[in-house]
Ligand binder design. Structure first.
Ligand SMILES: NC(=O)c1ccc[n+]([C@@H]2O[C@H](COP(=O)([O-])OP(=O)(O)OC[C@H]3O[C@@H](n4cnc5c(N)ncnc54)[C@H](O)[C@@H]3O)[C@@H](O)[C@H]2O)c1
Length: 388
C-alpha cells in the first residue's frame, strides 16, 4: 500500500533539481511503501520568478519564500536542505524542532561546532536523517566497498584520493551568487575542503576506516574577486586548493588533493586503495568501471598472480552489481542522477524498517571534524589529531 511522504524542498538550484528528480523517479525503479509527494519548494523573494518556474517544471504544488514558515507547515513530512552551506544549521535545527524527517546536502555544516549542534538536535528530536554523500551510491564505488569487505584487498597500505576541477582559474570569476557562493567563505564555510574534499573524506572513511591525523597545505591563488552581491572587489577567504597527508587508524597512509585550478579537469574524482592481497581504483570520469588488481586468494592468502594477471576493468552493470538489478539490462549504463535515486531508495527503505541508512548526520559529523582538522593544520603548519 502506498503512503504519501510530503516533501519540502529548500533550495532550487543544482541539488534542488537532483533531489526533485530522485523523488519523482525512485518509485519507478524501487518498490516501497512511501510515495514522495512534491508538496512545496522554497526560494528567496528576490528569486520568485525562478522559484515559480522551478515549481512548475518539477510539479511542486506550492511555493514559499519564508523557509521557516514552510518547515513548520503541518502538511510537510520531510524537509530537504539543498541551500548554500551557511543555511544548513538553522534549517536543520528548525526542521528537527518541527519533528520532520530531514535530508541535508553536504557539507553538513560550516564547521564541526555547528555540525555538533545539528546532530544533538536531530537526536534529541528523534527524527530520521540523511546526509547526501551521494558518491557512496555510485555502483562501482559500492562494489569497491564490497570487494574490501570480502577481504580481497587484505591489509591496506595506501589510500589516494583526488578531486579536481578548473572553473575558478579566471580572476574575473566573481564570488557570490548562484553556484559561485562557493567562493565566499561566509556562505560556504571553506573552499575545496568542504566542497570537494568532504566527498573524498566521506568515501575514504567509508572504504578504509577512520582517519586519525592529518597535515595539510592550502592555497588561495586569486586573493581578491568582485562580489556578485555587493559589486565591490573583496578579499577571497576560501581555500582554492588543498593537499593533505593522512594516517588512518588501520595504519595505512593517505594522500588527498583537491583544487579548482587543475586546467582540463571538470569533476575529476579518483580513489585508489593498495593492499597486501589486491588493489582497487575508481575514476568518476569513467564511472561504470571499477579497476581491480588481484594478487592473492582472500581465503588462503596464497599468491595467484601469474603471467595472466593484470588490472581488471569491471564494467559495473551486471544484475549482481550493487543497485544494478533495479535499472536496465547488463551492459547498459546509468549516470550521475541515479546516485541520488539510489540514495533516496536506501533512505526510504530505512524509514520502512529496512537496513539503517548511512551516512546520518552523526556519521557526517566525522567528515566535518576531518575538514576542520585539515584547515586547522594548514593554518598551523603541523599535524592535527582528529577528535572522537
Ligand atoms: N552531493 C553533491 O554532490 C553536491 C553537489 C552540488 C552541491 N551540493 C551541496 O548542495 C547545496 C546546494 O548547492 P547547489 O549546487 O544546489 O547550489 P545552487 O547555487 O545551484 O543553488 C542554491 C539554491 O539556494 C538559493 N540561495 C542561494 N543563496 C541563498 C541565500 N543567501 N539564501 C537563500 N537561498 C539562497 C538559490 O537561489 C538556489 O535556489 C550545498 O550545500 C552544496 O554543497 C552537493
Amino acid at each position: 500500500m502506498s503512503r504519501p511522504l510530503n516533501i519540502a524542498m529548500l533550495g532550487c538550484g543544482f541539488m534542488g533539481r537532483a533531489h526533485s528528480n530522485a523523488y519523482l523517479q525512485v518509485r519507478h525503479f524501487f518498490d516501497g511503501e512511501y510515495q514522495p509527494v512534491l508538496r512545496a519548494c522554497y526560494g528567496r523573494e528576490e528569486d520568485r520568478a525562478k522559484l515559480e518556474q522551478f515549481a512548475k517544471r518539477w510539479g511542486y504544488q506550492s511555493i514559499e519564500t519564508d523557509w521557516r514558515k514552510l518547515v513548520a507547515r503541518d502538511d510537510i513530512d520531510l524537509v530537504d536542505v539543498c541551500a548554500p552551506n551557511f543555511l544548513h544549521h538553522d534549517m536543520v535545527l528548525a526542521a528537527a524542532e518541527a519533528g520532520k524527517i530531514i535530508v541535508c546536502e553536504k557539507p553538513l555544516a560550516m564547521n564541526a561546532a555547528e555540525a555538533e549542534e545539528m546532530v544533538a538536535a536531530v537526536e534529541k528530536a528523534g527524527v530520521a536523517n540523511m546526509v547526501s554523500f551521494n558518491y557512496r551510491r555510485v555502483p562501482a564505488i559500492s562494489l569497491f566497498k564490497q570487494i574490501i569487505d570480502e577481504g580481497r584487498v587484505g591489509r591496506p597500505f595506501h589510500y589516494r584520493a583526488v578531486y579536481n576541477q578548473d572553473y575558478t582559474i579566471g580572476a574575473d570569476v566573481p564570488q557570490g551568487g548562484m553556484a559561485l557562493w562557493r567562493l565566499d567563505a561566509r556562505v560556504a564555510g571553506s573552499g575545496v575542503t568542504g566542497d570537494l574534499l568532504a566527498h573524498s573524506i566521506d568515501t575514504a572513511e567509508w572504504l578504509n576506516g577512520p582517519i586519525q591525523r592529518v597535515v595539510a597545505h592550502t592555497e588561495t591563488f586569486v586573493k581578491e574577486r568582485k562580489h556578485a552581491d555587493t559589486g565591490r572587489v573583496e578579499k577571497v577567504d576560501i581555500d582554492d586548493a588543498c593537499m593533505f597527508l593522512a594516517v588512518f587508524q588501520n595504519g595505512s597512509m593517505g594522500t588527498f588533493e583537491s583544487t579548482r585550478y587543475a586546467r582540463g579537469r571538470k569533476n575529476y574524482s579518483t580513489m585508489e586503495l593498495n593492499g597486501e592481497n589486491g588493489a582497487l581504483f575508481f575514476d568518476l570520469e569513467d564511472p561504470h568501471i571499477l579497476q581491480y588488481f588481484r594478487y592473492a586468494d582472500p581465503e588462503t592468502g596464497k599468491k595467484i598472480e601469474d603471467h595472466l594477471t593484470g588490472w581488471q576493468r569491471i564494467h559495473v552493470t551486471n544484475f549482481e552489481h550493487p543497485y544494478m538489478k533495479h535499472w536496465w539490462v547488463p551492459g547498459t549504463t546509468i549516470g550521475y542522477e541515479h546516485t541520488f535515486i539510489n540514495g533516496m531508495a536506501d533512505f526510504l527503505a530505512s524509514l520502512e524498517g529496512g537496513p539503517a541508512f548511512q551516512p546520518t548526520m552523526r556519521a557526517a559529523l566525522r567528515t566535518q571534524r576531518v575538514c576542520d582538522a585539515v584547515l586547522d593544520s594548514a593554518r598551523k603548519g603541523q599535524w592535527v589529531e582528529i577528535p572522537g
